[in-house]
Design a protein around this ligand. Structure first.
Ligand SMILES: Nc1ncnc2c1ncn2[C@@H]1O[C@H](COP(=O)(O)OP(=O)(O)OP(=O)(O)O)[C@@H](O)[C@H]1O
Ligand SMILES: [Mg+2]
Length: 302
């Protein structure tokens, strides 16, 4: 069953069409990376999924039921923008207030559990205002996890986190989906991080879904290439173009060969031409490069 199935979703603010006939399918158990430029409609879509905004048209089905269904609504955890916490109140008491709002039966037990999930059990007595950004984001996730949601909607939860904060967040999200049987919809501009955890991707542009794919499909769509550095003025690029079909040069001068060949073959070919290669390695197109190429081709078509 799909956790989220959206068809023809639209929303307008004044004369701005924020979401424009959007389709989206998020399978159960996925970590779905929701990607798009600033203002492309990610947060608006997420708010409609969570019932924080009313769609103008279209349908949102969550686990096979309309998203306005009360039973389904109570199974969604949300972190959009910052968590709604009182700055002068401790993390624990903030959590207690949220648990009371949600009418959770055994709040202490559950709060202890979700704080453990987000590696925050040691900070329960801290005032919220004294928590770092990374801690606040994790508290937001802990709050969203109260009540055992089946679906977690996270709007840019990894913004501004340092390397360690990112790593912890990755572990938390993987735990939540694998051990907690939860589906995660996560929007982010930090594509290098998203690529490490997402199982599915949706790319939105001008309020429309322009591509949806699994991580495997992305992998298959992202070719490997041989990269090399040779000195300027060696003519390496022209020589390579004589022999290989797909040669490109990065801004920093690195040459790329996308043809199916081996690094040693390329190096010895250039050596025969009198060009010394100082470095050679193989690499793969990243999600970020894939995304930038896709956006550029869309802009060129427009
Ligand atoms: N409450 C609102 N009133 C008026 N316009 C809005 C409102 N919310 C969003 N918009 C507009 O709708 C469009 C989509 O905004 P949205 O916040 O969904 O984009 P986003 O993809 O989340 O962008 P970002 O990556 O910057 O967070 C933007 O042009 C935005 O200015
Ligand atoms: Mg947004």
């Amino acid at each position: 069953m799909n956790a989220i199935e959206i068809r023809g979703l639209s929303k307008r603010f004044g004369n701005k069409q924020a979401v424009d006939g959007l389709n989206m399918t998020v399978p159960e158990g996925a970590i779905y990376g929701f990607i798009g430029e600033n203002g492309s409609g990610k947060s608006t879509t997420e708010k409609m999924i969570c019932g924080l905004l009313h769609p103008a048209s279209g349908s949102i089905q969550l686990y096979g039921k309309d998203h306005t269904d009360d039973a389904i609504r109570s199974q969604i955890g949300v972190l959009i923008e910052a968590p709604g916490c009182f700055p002068n109140v401790s993390v624990w008491n903030n959590m207690l207030l949220q648990a009371a709002n949600l009418e959770i039966k055994h709040p202490e037990e559950e709060i202890a559990k979700v704080l453990k999930t987000v590696r925050m059990e040691g900070a329960a007595s801290n005032k919220f205002k004294h928590c770092s950004l990374g801690m606040k984001q994790r508290i937001g996730i802990a709050m969203a996890l109260l009540g055992h949601p089946r679906l977690l909607v996270l709007d840019e939860p990894i913004n501004g986190l340092d390397a360690d904060g990112m790593r912890i967040m990755r572990e938390i999200l993987t735990d939540i989906t694998q051990k907690g049987n939860c589906t995660v919809l996560i929007s982010s501009h930090i594509l290098g991080e998203l690529e490490k955890i997402a199982t599915h991707y949706g790319i939105i542009r001008h309020g429309q879904m322009i591509r949806e794919m699994t991580a495997q499909e992305l992998e298959a769509d992202c070719p490997t290439y041989i990269a090399l550095r040779a000195g300027d003025g060696t003519g390496a690029k022209s020589y390579l173009e004589e022999r290989y079909h797909r040669v490109a040069q990065e801004e920093n001068g690195t040459l790329r060969i996308y043809d199916a060949t081996r690094p040693e073959e390329v190096v010895s070919f250039l050596y025969e031409k009198g060009v010394t290669v100082s470095e050679v390695w193989t690499a793969k197109i990243s999600l970020e490069e894939y995304y930038i190429d896709l956006m550029e081709s869309r802009r060129a078509q427009a």
